[in-house]
Design a protein around this ligand. Structure first.
Ligand SMILES: NC(=O)c1ccc[n+]([C@@H]2O[C@H](COP(=O)([O-])OP(=O)(O)OC[C@H]3O[C@@H](n4cnc5c(N)ncnc54)[C@H](OP(=O)(O)O)[C@@H]3O)[C@@H](O)[C@H]2O)c1
Length: 256
């Protein structure tokens, strides 16, 4: 059985699905025939994505407004999705933001904003979903979207790097606690992919210089995330939990 067909009829919630990687993960799930809920703050973009998801083959597609900095919004989103689908099999914890600038110039608010979305938001969403799985005695799979910057570092992105290190450690800690409940927690650590989060960077001198330091000498294409996503979203990874998989053209093994 191929990986995509293992997701057919399963239900998937993707946070931060209004653009970039999140919209792409939703599309992979749709192509596999899953029921897909896309969540983010920009509801108009989510509504626009619904037709594409249906066309791609989603068994069902729904858009839910979500702000992961608000516990109330996360609870409301989970209630809506569990009620509409009757269950949920996969949570893709993808919503994230970045700040740029030297650490010494970052304000407390800059730092709090990144932690609020990338760490607290990922934590609260995982816990809200896992509580529902535990109460229903249901199994489930969480895929956290970390970054290679949760492992290696770069200048100008310190709070982001700290937050993604938090996501990696959170993935391991939650995997350890939830394995007994049949809940698996793994992470994808992407290298560089062109999206709104880094739109101007790759055109800059710094961006061009960075590209030369990637062993494969290029940034990734979104399609190059499909395999790892389907592996972690399906029971093809049934004995994997607490894992962090880089998809980065070899960036993490380079010391440059
Ligand atoms: N692109 C890369 O090279 C790369 C590399 C490594 C890791 N990542 C990670 O991949 C994830 C997606 O990033 P991306 O590159 O696709 O960037 P993006 O296009 O800017 O997408 C970020 C998504 O997060 C959502 N979001 C932001 N704040 C939110 C909030 N408070 N509540 C709910 N949703 C929120 C945004 O939706 P709304 O604004 O509509 O809410 C948007 O859909 C992030 O976690 C990022 O750190 C990206």
């Amino acid at each position: 059985m191929d990986l995509a067909s293992r997701l057919s009829g399963r239900s998937v919630l993707v946070t931060g699905a209004s653009s970039g990687l999140g919209a792409h993960f939703a599309t992979i799930a749709a192509r596999s025939g899953a029921r897909v809920a896309v969540a983010a703050r920009r509801h108009d973009l989510l509504e626009g994505l619904l037709a594409e998801l249906s066309e791609a083959g989603a068994a069902e597609a729904m858009a839910v407004e979500l702000d992961v900095t608000s516990e109330e919004s996360i609870e409301a989103c989970c209630d809506t999705v569990f009620q509409a689908f009757g269950d949920l099999n996969v949570l893709v914890n993808n919503a994230g933001i970045a700040t740029e600038g030297w650490a010494i110039d970052q304000s407390a608010t800059d730092f709090d904003n990144v932690m609020g979305v990338n760490v607290r938001g990922v934590w609260l969403t995982a816990v809200a979903v896992a509580r529902r799985w535990r109460d229903a005695k249901a199994a489930g799979t969480v895929i956290n979207i970390a970054s290679i910057l949760g492992d290696r570092v770069a200048t100008g992105v310190a709070p982001y790097a700290v937050s993604k290190a938090g996501v990696i450690q959170m993935t391991k800690a939650l995997a350890l606690e939830w394995a007994r409940n049949g809940i698996r927690v793994n992470a994808i650590a992407p290298g560089y992919f062109a999206t709104d989060i880094n739109a101007d960077f790759f055109d800059s001198d710094a961006g061009q210089g960075m590209m030369k330091r990637i062993p494969m000498r290029r940034i990734g294409n979104l399609e190059e995330l499909d395999g790892v996503f389907l592996l972690l979203a399906t029971d093809a990874s049934s004995f994997m939990t607490g894992g962090v998989i880089p998809v980065d053209g070899g960036h993490l093994v380079s010391s440059l």
